[in-house]
Write a protein that binds this ligand. Structure first.
Ligand SMILES: Nc1ncnc2c1ncn2[C@@H]1O[C@H](COP(=O)(O)OP(=O)(O)OP(=O)(O)O)[C@@H](O)[C@H]1O
Ligand SMILES: [Mg+2]
Length: 252
């Protein structure tokens, strides 16, 4: 089968890493689907394979078994409609902010207008930073530059690997709000990997909990109330965070 009919369909994903004397089973039978303009948060303990899953979806790592199907095609390599924001931002310290933002589009030979570039920078409040280097930016600014690089590609699927870790709580919530606003204004889907329970509940229409066990537990929580900026103040938000915390605490 080399076609499927979902926006994104991850089917029976397995990934093992082989070294000289052992085979490390990381992902075991992970399956889920996404529609267009959908969002999913992935949580789970360190080492359970969250980054591995994103790399497989981005076409940067071949699954040991199982398939990732995106817009009717099995993923076998990078796809122009999928953008990945790496853990630790993935910025090059020797390039300016502007060069870092343009890098993805240049590498993928994607044309964009100056208007589009300005719109993305304005959406993320990084208009005046073009000539600075990453070392001259705050963590929150670096994160927004990394997001700008991905959004400039106008992706249909945005993959975010712990994008707001190592940022203070207030800035973090501001960035979460910004992402939600951009998501509401534009048409794309995103998957966000996070260790933060509130972030998962604020940003995921569904939340997938991955376990370290073998096989991977791959539990999905439906989070219908998500999508409003004031969701954090609603009783459903507290209920959902409690539910997620309980699941994580009870994990092996
Ligand atoms: N290329 C590789 N070769 C060998 N082992 C690897 C490789 N990449 C990842 N691993 C191992 O696979 C496991 C899962 O790694 P992964 O980075 O996906 O975890 P994670 O869930 O993203 O963790 P964290 O929350 O700490 O970021 C880890 O034990 C890691 O050491
Ligand atoms: Mg990771």
């Amino acid at each position: 089968m080399d076609t499927c009919h979902k926006f994104l369909q991850v089917d029976g994903l397995h990934k093992s890493f082989e070294s000289e004397n052992e085979i490390k089973k990381v992902l075991q039978d992970v399956s889920f689907e996404m529609t267009f303009h959908d969002s999913l948060a992935i949580v789970g303990p360190s080492g359970c394979g969250k980054t591995t899953a994103l790399l497989a979806i981005a076409g940067l790592l071949a699954p040991t078994k199982g398939t990732v199907c995106f817009q009717d095609r099995i993923i076998t390599g990078p796809n122009r409609s999928i953008a990945l924001v790496l853990q630790e931002y993935g910025l090059f310290p020797w390039k300016t902010v502007k060069a870092n933002i343009l890098l993805g589009a240049k590498l993928q030979k994607i044309n964009f207008s100056d208007r589009w570039l300005e719109a993305v920078k304005n959406e993320l409040d990084i208009g005046g930073l073009d000539d600075l280097y990453p070392a001259q930016l705050s963590g929150g600014q670096r994160q927004r530059v990394a997001l700008a690089r991905a959004l400039l590609l106008n992706p249909q699927l945005l993959l975010l690997d712990e994008p707001f870790a190592a940022i203070d709580t207030v800035t973090r919530e501001r960035l979460q709000n910004q992402l939600l606003k951009i998501f509401q204004q534009r048409r794309f889907s995103y998957i966000i990997v996070t260790h933060n329970i509130e972030e998962a509940v604020f940003l995921g229409k569904r939340i997938m909990v991955l376990s370290n066990g073998v096989p991977s537990i791959n539990k999905i929580i439906h989070n219908q109330g998500m999508g409003e900026i004031d969701y954090r103040n609603k009783p459903e938000f507290f209920d959902r965070t409690k539910q997620l915390r309980t699941i994580l605490e009870e994990m092996p």
